[in-house]
Design a binder for this molecule. Structure first.
Ligand code: ATP
Ligand code: MG
Length: 138
């Protein structure tokens, strides 16, 4: 059954001009784009989005990075979208990412790792609702 997931082209990838190439990979992966928008987020918005990581040592660096420049928010749809997107993205640390994955090709470091993808159905629902209103989800 078709499933939705939240993806982000992170500020590092936007800055380096990789947005189009990453969208092409997502398209080639068979994902439909339900919604898309480019914007700059505040540190507070990043902190709310990554609240699950609040106690982690990388939280401050991560939220500073995510608010450092424009990013592209995407709601994607396909069968098994959550797991399939994470497979297409590759490991969090690009040094461990498989050949051909988005992070292997476009990520610079474990923090500046080019893309985000929701990790479960409940987090996907939270993340989609965090960035998109119902009327934006056609
Ligand atoms: P994402 O949630 O962005 O899709 P992920 O699920 O692979 O990535 P998480 O463990 O949820 O990884 O971490 C969220 C984000 O925090 C990572 O994508 C990365 O940008 C950053 N991060 C994770 N671990 C570290 C670390 N050890 N040092 C610096 N940044 C990190
Ligand atoms: Mg995650």
């Amino acid at each position: 059954m078709a499933q939705r997931t939240l993806s982000i082209v992170k500020p590092d990838a936007v800055r380096k001009g990789f947005t189009g190439a990453i969208l092409a990979e997502i398209d080639r992966g068979g994902f439909g784009i339900v919604a898309i928008k480019k914007l700059s987020i505040s540190k507070e918005q990043a902190e709310g989005f990554y609240a699950v990581h609040k106690e982690r040592p990388f939280f401050d660096g991560l939220t500073t990075f995510m608010s450092s420049g424009p990013l592209v928010l995407l709601v994607l749809e396909k069968d098994n979208a959550i797991a399939d997107l994470r497979k297409l993205m590759g490991a969090t640390n690009p040094a461990n990412a498989e050949e051909g994955t988005i992070r292997k090709r476009f990520a610079g470091s474990i923090q500046e790792n080019a893309v985000h993808g929701s990790d479960a159905e409940d987090t996907a629902a939270f993340e989609i609702g965090y960035w998109f209103a119902g009327y934006e989800l056609i």
